[in-house]
Design a protein around this ligand. Structure first.
Ligand code: ADP
Length: 260
């Protein structure tokens, strides 16, 4: 609210970056980062040059999910050179602090870190920059939304009421700052027993669909709860790369096709 009261800062393009897509969620732990990673890879599978910015400064998970470690080198013009894996150029707070170290920072320090991650990176020429936002609707999310021109926001939610309520808040925040919300991704909506194939809806069945209807949003994707998604994510071998022919990878590829 404070940032908004001070007036919307001027938006500046990130040099070389054509489109920015932010992946956001109202709540943590709903699969936002997993979606951001597989969405970035899915977009790249369409012959696009893609970057991934981990803006989840308090809990960066992109280094692990993209199997990347190390510190970015500086270019001659003092920009950080992103690390690359699976053809995706990545930048994360996790490259700048030790894994497991807590980021015990006050708001202003977090803001200047975000500013660095946005502006002091040599992204090269990108068709798409996918931004993994921190969960929630705080200062960081607002300042990113107001600082760079965003082509669209993708909201990730599980189908349970508590997550949906927060997804609604996230949607309303983006609408307030004139960021187009592309739609909602329903994650973990169905679990199929690997033995008997029975399908259970652990977090509810169609909650995100109902919310999408209420907010006039599109449902961009429906991703099942699947062991392989968790395993590949933890191992740094995202499912779109490691099991491209699986139905789960195809769900992410369909999502990417909806977004671009
Ligand atoms: P967030 O970014 O919202 O905090 P993450 O993407 O880190 O969430 O996901 C939280 C955990 O859930 C991770 O261990 C991830 O591997 C797992 N996960 C995410 N989506 C799925 C899914 N569809 N099926 C199984 N596990 C998932």
């Amino acid at each position: 609210k404070l940032l908004m009261a001070r007036g919307i800062p001027k938006q500046k393009m990130i040099p070389g970056v054509k489109q920015v897509i932010v992946v956001a969620s109202g709540k943590g732990g709903v699969g936002k980062s997993t979606t951001a990673v597989n969405l970035a890879l899915g977009i790249a599978a369409n012959d696009m040059v893609v970057g991934l910015l981990d803006a989840d400064v308090y809990g960066p998970s992109i280094p692990r999910m993209m199997n990347l470690r190390g510190s970015p080198e500086l270019t001659n013009s003092n920009l950080m050179r992103p690390l690359v894996n699976f053809g995706i150029v990545c930048m994360s707070m996790g490259f700048l602090v030790e894994e497991g170290a807590p980021v015990v920072w006050r708001g202003l320090m977090v803001m200047s870190a975000i500013e660095r991650l946005l502006r002091q990176v040599d992204w090269g020429q990108l068709d798409y920059l996918v931004v993994d936002m921190p969960p929630g609707t705080g200062d960081v999310q607002l300042s990113i939304s107001q600082n760079i021109p965003i082509s669209g926001a993708v909201i990730v939610s599980t189908p349970q009421d508590i997550a949906l309520l927060d997804a609604q808040r996230a949607t309303e925040m983006f609408r307030k700052v004139n960021v187009p919300v592309l739609g909602i991704v329903q994650n973990m909506s169905v679990f199929q027993c690997p033995k008997c194939k029975y399908e259970s809806h652990i977090f509810g069945a169609d909650g995100a669909r109902a919310l999408a209807a209420k907010l006039a949003l599109d449902v961009l994707g429906d991703i099942p709860l699947h062991l392989k998604i968790r395993e590949t994510s933890d191992k740094g071998q995202p499912i779109v790369i490691s099991h491209p022919d699986s139905s789960e990878a195809k769900a992410y590829l369909r999502l990417a096709a909806e977004v671009i």
